[in-house]
Design a protein around this ligand. Sequence first.
Ligand code: FAD
Length: 457
Amino acid sequence: SVSLVLFTADLRLTDHPPLRAALDGGRDVVPLFVRDPAVDAAGFAAPNRLAFLADCLHALDAGLRGRGGRLVLRSGDVVEQVCGVAAETDADEVHLAADVSGYAHRRERRLRRALEAEGRRLHVHDTVTTVRPPGAVTPASSDHFAVFTPYFRRWSQAPLRDVLAAPRAVRVPDGVGSEELPDRGRVAGVSPGLARGGEAEGRRRLAAWLRGGLDSYADDHDDLGIDATSRLSPHLHFGTLSPVELVHRARGAGGAGAEAFVRQLAWRDFHRQLLAVRPHVAGADYRPRYDRWRSGAAARADLAAWQEGRTGYPVIDAAMRQLRHEGWMHNRGRLLAASFLTKTLYIDWRAGARHFLGLLVDGDLASNQLNWQWVAGTGTDTRPNRVLNPVRQGRRYDPDGTYVRRWVPELARVPGPSVHEPWTLRGSDRAAADGYPEPIVDLEEGLARFRRARTGG
Ligand code: FAD
């Protein structure tokens, strides 16, 4: 008998409950990945993610080949493809990881209906793409937690399932045709500093992180210059690493760094439980604030300056240039860039979220849209009108200006923290900052505009 495993955002062999269940009883397995144009149309198909995905598919195929199997790739509507391959191979069950977006829920419903009509079964597995199933951690009075701290308390208490080892052997039925796997080198428009994808690469990064980064994470994770976060986000996004395994490994290591890191993994689940029950928040405000975001030519020019990293605020420009160069940005940079766009420039968070999703290799509907909303004050932040000052924040989180000098070459020769306020420079320091733009907005005026708009004044 044959099982089919539909791989989606879980491109790994270690700790993979659907694969484990599919192999149960010595079954043959068809490991299938479907390139669905509907996913691309919904904005997935950014070059950085396509390139990373190509790495992940090659690595998954290599992992399967090492175990006697291989990956089957098809393109087209996911339900048609799964049903087609199931019919070709006479697979009587299909295994799939649960996921949280509106698209994922529709996929699951459509698959179930189509497969059951043909006498096949769909098994959907929790705790593959999240640590806790989205519906498992809820308050008594609602279908989701809107505030992180009580969510986190409950999230931390529940027992964790064990980590599953990668299977030793995977036998794929003969004669199943596959398309050629995509080639990273053929994707145009990829960021020059984009990280490599794939499970083996993810596991290398994880091992290095547990050895060398985790201990100091609690102290250093906010420091832009030290750049001391795990950079595991693309691996979590594509599922080349298991979030359950990460919690086990971090807890095993112990210490304040591990605690702080596990807390961030809970933030990931927190946004997922919210998107799962409120799929519209991918595009609409979670808490509508009657914002009349700026529009028109001046707002468009400000948006372009922000996107291109020439706002005249060094820490913002550094962050935006890091995004373009690496397809990734430090969390503190994301917070500052998002606050600057939505509050100081008073431009709709959706414009910023769209730009991020066009470049981020970890670009993710739940984490991106809901963090944007958190910063914009339309989401779950309990202080929705707080505004981050880019100069003060720059001095605090990039105290000697290392981050700015790394990403803004016009300021590379400006010494010390004064790099955060190039307009105050004099003499030879001023000359060193030549070519760097003047600020596009006065911070006080931006703040006043935001406060007026939010209070309806
Ligand atoms: P670490 O600090 O090492 O954290 C470990 C893991 O925890 C991360 O890999 C991530 O999976 C998770 N995590 C950490 N912080 C958050 C958070 N606030 N929300 C959700 N998960 C978190 N993260 C994405 O994965 N995809 C996105 O599209 C995304 N967009 C964002 C947009 C904005 C405006 C902001 C403020 C944050 C966004 N984040 C997003 C969250 C966070 O910035 C990144 O997860 C983090 O910077 C990734 O780097 P890291 O792996 O080194 O993180």
